[in-house]
Design a protein around this ligand. Structure first.
Ligand code: ZN
Length: 279
């Protein structure tokens, strides 16, 4: 099938390497199948958190607007109280004018009447403007309150949908990764650690190759490609650090059910390779 070169490994050791290669191939396929679920499980909570932050921002803006409106109402109330006090002052000034016993007192009282009348007129104008502004502000507040309520409802619905979807995705992911731990147990810890590190950075920790080129476009030398097909050693890509595994080590779908004792069967390419390598 292909040339044998390099130093032959003892049979037991080479078989172990091949078991690791098969496990790496299976592991990479499981993780590839789970990848979109992993991404969804990572992204959905972020989306919910962002929406929650948007609701909080809107609530804070609404609260600030409500406080402003309250302050304007307080100012309006102060105007009302001032008007009552001015009316009292005006009434007192009129009484003084009526009771004036000389021109000087009369002139002073009339001036007081004029001043109070002017201040009352000014207060009335201010009050009228403030009433109009308060009406507009009240309408705006009501609109924003309605919008906030609608947004809250939308958020709660989206949150519920996201939670349902997370549960659904977790169930699908659990199905996909069933048996992963057993596969990982076959692989030496340091290889698993490197695999996970590369997967975290590159999205995948293994490149299943059929031609002497890594997914990162790095060419695989003829000797290494031969090793990979023979399953005599475990190699990482010199460029992207992914473990390079010949695609032939991946059990086929129709024999995956018997993958546990695949090494005992003769149906797939890797087994033929093993047999050939040690014949
Ligand atoms: Zn590579």
């Amino acid at each position: 099938m292909f040339a044998r070169c390099g130093v032959a490994l003892p049979k037991v050791e080479e078989t172990l390497v091949q078991e690791v290669l098969i496990a790496l191939a299976k592991l990479s396929q499981i993780d590839e199948d789970a990848r979109s679920y992993d991404e969804e499980l990572r992204d959905l909570p972020v989306t919910v958190a962002e929406m929650s932050a948007n609701v909080a921002t809107l609530e804070a803006a609404f609260e600030a607007e409500r406080e402003q409106h309250q302050e304007a109402q307080d100012v309006r109330q102060a105007h009302r109280e001032d008007m009552v006090s001015r009316q009292d002052s005006l009434a007192r000034a009129r009484t003084k004018a009526n009771q004036a016993s000389n021109v000087r007192e009369m002139t002073a009282a009339e001036r007081e009447v004029d001043t109070n009348r002017r201040l009352i007129r000014e207060r009335e104008e201010d009050a009228s403007k403030l009433d109009t502004a308060l009406e507009v502000a009240a309408q705006s507040l009501k609109d924003h309150e309605d919008k906030l309520a609608a947004f809250r409802t939308m958020f709660e619905e989206s949150k519920k949908q996201a939670e349902d979807r997370i549960a659904e995705v977790e169930a699908m992911r659990a199905k996909v990764i069933k048996g992963r731990d057993e596969i990982v147990a076959v692989i030496p810890d340091r290889v698993v650690a490197r695999y996970e590190r590369v997967r975290e950075h590159k999205g995948s920790g293994v490149c299943l190759i059929e031609t002497p080129t890594c997914i990162c476009h790095m060419a695989v030398g003829a000797q290494m490609f031969n090793d990979l097909q023979r399953g005599s050693d475990i190699h990482q890509c010199r460029s992207c650090s992914r473990y390079l595994v010949w695609a032939g080590w991946l059990p086929q779908a129709d024999d995956s059910a018997e993958s546990a004792d695949a090494s005992a069967t003769e149906s797939s390419a890797p087994e033929a390779t093993v047999a050939e390598a040690h014949s």
